[in-house]
Structures are given as C-alpha cells and as structure tokens.
Design a protein around this ligand. Structure first.
Ligand SMILES: Nc1ncnc2c1ncn2[C@@H]1O[C@H](COP(=O)(O)OP(=O)(O)OP(=O)(O)O)[C@@H](O)[C@H]1O
Ligand SMILES: [Mg+2]
Length: 457
C-alpha cells in the first residue's frame, strides 16, 4: 500500500534580502535585544521604530512623518519591513520607492495621493442577515444540461445547517454551490452565507469533530448559538483606495470573471478629486455614526531623495490634512540637490528644509565587525549554508572593508565554490575565491579610476 505524506500548506519561503528579519526584536520592557528576531545591533533605531509602531497601534501618530537616515546597507529598509511585521496584517502598510512617482500617464502627485489612500484603512462593522450553522448535508441536484451535450448541470443545492437551537434545510442557487466548492466546505464545517449577496464564508470545523484526527491544522469552532437565520456582525477591513477604485468602476463583482475583466480593461477609470471628496464625506458620516473606524496605517517611501520639489510640497500639505497616515521616509544621501529645485541649493538628505522641519529623524549607524559576523551567521542559516568559523570572520572583515550587503551577497557564491571544491561547509578559501570572482563597489570604482581613458564617458 502506498502512503503519501500530506504536506501542510505553509509555502516554502523564497529567500529574499530581508527574509531573516521577523520583527524589531524588543524585550517586554521595550529595549532592543542585541540579537533578536533576525535583527542585530542598531539598537537606538530599533527602539525608535518600536515607539513609532506602538504609537501607530494606539492611533496617536497619524499625520506625522519620520525619516530614517544613514549610510547604504545600515538596515533602513530592513527596519521599515520589521515595523510592518510588528503592526500585523490589520494595519495597512503601503511601501513605495521615490522613483515610482515618475510615470508618463499619471501625475506625480496623483501617484502619491493614491499611495496615501492605500495607507489609510477603514474597519467597517456591518450587521448582516446570514444563515449560519454546521453543515449537515450538501446535496447538489442535477439536471440535463440546458445547452445540450452530455454533461449534467446543477439545478440547485440542498444544504442542511444545524445550530444549537435547531436545523434548517436551504435550497440554494447553483452559483452558491460554486462558492461552497471554492471555500472547500464539507459536512461538519461551520459556515455562514450572507442572505443578500450569497457569499459563503467558512468559519472553521465544528468542534464535535475535534478528535477525528490527531494532527490537523484546522480551526475548531463551537456550534453557533441561536437560530440558523439571524443577524450577525461582520467586520471588513478596506483601505480608502479600495473604496475609490470600487466607486470609479462600480460594475465589478466578486467572482473571478469580473475580476479578470477589470484587469483587462484597457483604460483605467480615473479617480477624480471630486470622487475622493464624496467618499471622504461618506466615510466621515460612517465614522460619526460609529459603524466604521479609521485605521491610519503607514506609507513608507524608500529612497525619498528621488522625489522632486513638487512632490515634497505636496507631502507638506498632505501631512496636514485631517485624514492622513503615518509617513516613514528613508534616505541614504548626505548633502545633495533637491530634484527640480534651482541647482545651487544643497539640502541634507535631498529633502527641502521646510519638510525636514516637519520630520522626526532617526539615524542608522554602520555595523561593527562582530555585528556583521552575527548578521552573516543568520543569513547563512536562512540560505541553508554551513560556514566555518574562520570563513565567517573573513567574510565579516570583508563586510567592514566594503559593506554588509556585499558580504551578504558573497555567501551564496561562496557556497557554490565550496560545493565545486567538494566541501559541505564553506571555508576561508571559498570566501576568498568568491570575493576574487565578484568585485565590491569600491574595488570596481578603483579600477575605473585607475584606467579612466579606457572607459567610455
Ligand atoms: N541590523 C541588522 N540585522 C540583520 N540584518 C540586517 C541589519 N541591517 C541590515 N541588514 C541586512 O542587510 C542588508 C542591507 O540592509 P538594508 O537593505 O536595510 O539597507 P538600507 O539601509 O536600506 O540601504 P540603502 O540605503 O542602500 O537602501 C539587508 O539584507 C538587510 O536585511
Ligand atoms: Mg534601502
């Protein structure tokens, strides 16, 4: 007999540049642990980031802006990524890069505005009429296909639902049968069906089935109380941009066909300022009535020096509006020109003085040899490589001389070299060989400098 192991549904993670970061790594008193959650060193910036994350969660930081400033490779993007993980999935986090605003079709400020609204969430509580209960039967009733052919088609579905108070049999439309299949509903699951829209949501498995298997990833929920047909509070999280987009082309549905239709529509329907104001009005009304709650999230603009003077002025204004997210900026520039401004004025971080004045600035500082060693050790683990102690300190000293990023990037080629040499663990020679194969930025710049005449300029 063949027995196959069922893989659980956790996706095999790809290794990206921040895969090893799992959070800011603070202890319960709010101090940064030297090494925690994949983060090493950079304690002040991490503590600052955690204060920001706490204030965002307490909704007391909206309309403020923070700048992470520091040399390349000192972990600015990594910290922003960790903040998003600390905030959890319910608080919107919208990352963008300064250069994203340059498009030939959309105005720069429009791109910024759209991202601003992506970063503001709205939690809507609605009381909806639903049918809720444990599924006792699903019986599709077949009929001859009305279009001819051999296939049978479903005319209706009989669904039995049970609650602590009673049971009900429902006759459902075939379209709901498809949603039942999509949600993988089986007998014994607890589900609810919205009466108006017919959308199906699987809540979990009934806990009377809890002892069925020893190992299971399913969530067990108790049998619902009350009647099968009742009113239930449904909580939905949307962003203001979702509302804008939905109202700009209201014909869209939930099913896959209309979603595809939306993607393939050649022209993007414009979201006008007027529409946004209308939506703000409705949103404000909902908030006053208490049916909705505003959740200011985070707009993260990396490489902020890529924005130009128009965008910066726009940011000034947008930060002062009543509905505004927290804006986190990052830049690795020192003194440089502000794009679009007259060429003489230099500004710190490429940001004009009036915006700079509105920012809280957090510095990230370069790493020590020991810190780089630990970062490399963590990275090696994430990439599934084993590395000798001496090789690790060799790579770390290369990191001090060039950059953390270069040292991290050397790990994979070193692993390949080690494999070619028939070793299972990376040794000093492999790191050296890899660093000879691939230059770091300083070495490459030196070569260019020494042989300027041979290069095109
Ligand atoms: N303190 C740290 N602990 C662990 N890994 C780190 C730390 N700081 C940086 N890294 C890792 O080093 C690499 C470079 O960091 P990151 O991309 O955050 O730099 P940056 O400050 O955004 O640089 P740039 O200014 O060039 O954008 C990333 O892979 C990051 O995950
Ligand atoms: Mg970065």
């Amino acid at each position: 007999m063949k027995i196959e192991e069922i893989k659980n549904s956790v996706k095999e993670q790809r290794v990206a540049s921040h895969s090893h970061i799992r959070g800011l790594g603070l202890n319960s008193e709010g101090f940064a642990e030297p090494v925690a959650a994949g983060f090493v060193g950079q304690e002040t910036a991490r503590e600052a980031a955690s204060v920001i994350a706490d204030l965002i969660k307490a909704k007391r930081f909206a309309g403020r802006a923070v700048l992470f400033a520091g040399a390349p490779g000192t972990g600015k993007t990594a910290i922003a990524y960790a903040i998003s993980q600390e905030l959890g999935p319910r608080v919107p986090f919208c990352p963008m890069v300064g250069s994203e605003v340059y498009s030939s079709e959309i105005k720069k400020t429009e791109v910024l505005m759209e991202n601003f609204r992506r970063a503001i969430g709205l939690r809507v509580k609605e009381t909806k009429e639903v049918y809720e209960g444990e599924v006792t039967e699903i019986t599709p009733e077949e009929m001859e296909n009305p279009l001819g052919g051999y296939g049978k088609s479903i005319s209706q579905v009989v669904l039995g639902l049970k609650t602590a108070k009673g049971t009900k049999q429902l006759k459902l439309d075939p379209s709901i049968y498809e949603s039942l299949l999509r949600e993988k509903v089986n007998v014994g699951d607890i589900i609810y069906i919205e009466a108006n829209t017919g959308s199906v949501k699987r809540v979990g498995r009934s806990d009377s089935y809890a002892t069925e298997y020893d190992l299971e990833a399913d969530e067990y929920v108790p049998l619902p109380k009350g009647d099968v047909h009742k009113k239930r509070e449904v909580i939905q999280d949307v962003t203001l941009h979702d509302l804008d987009a939905a109202n700009a082309k209201p014909q869209g549905g939930q099913d896959i066909i209309s979603m595809m239709g939306q993607l393939m529509k050649p022209k993007k329907t414009e979201i006008t300022e007027k529409l946004r104001q209308e939506i703000n009005k409705v949103v404000n009304k909902y908030i006053e009535q208490g049916t909705a709650e505003l959740i200011p999230g985070v707009l993260f603009i990396d490489e902020v020096h890529m924005l130009d003077i128009e965008c910066f002025t726009y940011l000034n204004r947008a930060l002062e509006s009543t509905i505004s997210p927290v804006v986190i900026l990052a830049s690795n520039r020192g003194l440089c020109h502000v794009r679009g401004a007259d060429s003489e004025t230099l500004a710190p971080h490429g940001i004009p003085a009036d915006l700079l004045d509105r920012l809280l600035i957090v510095r990230t500082s370069p790493y020590t040899l020991h810190e780089i060693e630990i970062i490399l050790e963590i990275r090696a683990k994430v990439e599934g490589l084993t590395i000798d102690k001496e090789a690790l300190s060799k790579a770390a000293s290369i990191g001090v001389a060039s950059s953390v990023r270069y040292a991290i990037q050397l790990l994979t080629p070193s692993g390949v070299v080690a494999e070619i040499n028939g070793r299972t663990s990376i040794s000093v020679e492999d790191v050296e060989a890899a660093s000879e194969l691939f230059l770091n930025s300083k070495a490459s710049a030196q070569i260019v400098q020494n042989s300027l005449a041979k290069w095109m300029s």
